[in-house]
Design a protein around this ligand. Sequence first.
Ligand code: SF4
Length: 357
Amino acid sequence: MTGDGLTSGQVSSLLLAWYGRAGRQLPWRQTREPYRIWLSEIMLQQTGVDTVIPYYLKFLDRFPDVSTLADAELDAVIALWAGLGYYSRARNLHAAARQVVSAHDGRFPADLASLQSLPGVGRSTAGAILAIAFDRKGVILDGNVRRVLCRLFALEQDPRAVAAERQLWCWAEALTPEDRPHDYAQAIMDLGATVCTPRQPKCAACPLAGLCRARAANLQHELPRSRQKKTVPVQTQVALLLERSGRLLVRKRPLDGMLGGLWEFPAAAVAAGKDPACAARKLLAELGLAGELREAGAVRHAYSHFKLDLHCYRGAVDGPLLVAEAGESRWLELAELGAIPLHGAHKKVLALLASNR
Ligand code: SF4
């Protein structure tokens, strides 16, 4: 019993019967290998199934097991991740693979605490690996499960509030059965992804419709309660497309920051109210280069917590670069730029450059 009138047996028997009829066929469903389950769970953390599938297959092709991934250079992992977003996941993936090899002899641990000690593996991801790979009771509270529980129990509070979060974990724990945790984990995630969807939940097709309190109160479209939308701040930057002997200058971002390990054209922030052209000339001087810059257009890119307006300037330059060329900066031909992992905003800059040529 959950303490709220629903039993694990009631919910799981309905869900498992439905899953037998309607569960999704996904590439990571054809295996119980912990490495593959872990990889899929990390990729799915902030990304939808359709986007993840080609990346998942590409990763397995290149890194078929945890040792291959641990032996790889981080740059190679980041390059393969490029386009999937939330790049700290790629860095954590690599670090976790090394930890599995060094601390666990290359075998994924089958207990919650050891799984949670791996970089990038939180409580819900550890629960998912435990259930799906090892068929042990592992409690999951990812976005899909959270939504199902908010509606099933008609939770009126903001689910991100601390007390609500604690309550959701209690319900998730109480509903997870000892029996068939592997199937239950996938069933409840599938229900959230395909039936109890964020907009227009398909209650008529839902196996839990008879138990669902949101549906009984006609609140299924209102729950979960959404946070007040905050205004998204806009940052302004300049990006320089600097050409020398037919090559363009690119730099690698520091590994420990946002978009770490990805490449970009030299860029700098523009303070509020300041002229981007001045910021562009200042950046050119800081690089130790000289030349005329001209405007080359602008791109806008949206991140999860801010928007970026990127003003682009272009010019032929000379002078010695004031950073180590062999290290984190390179002069590359246009054709070579497609082979390095540029981050999303600067891919747009590259497209802008190509359209201006
Ligand atoms: S009945 Fe509707 S709101 Fe309730 S769990 Fe099912 S799909 Fe979600």
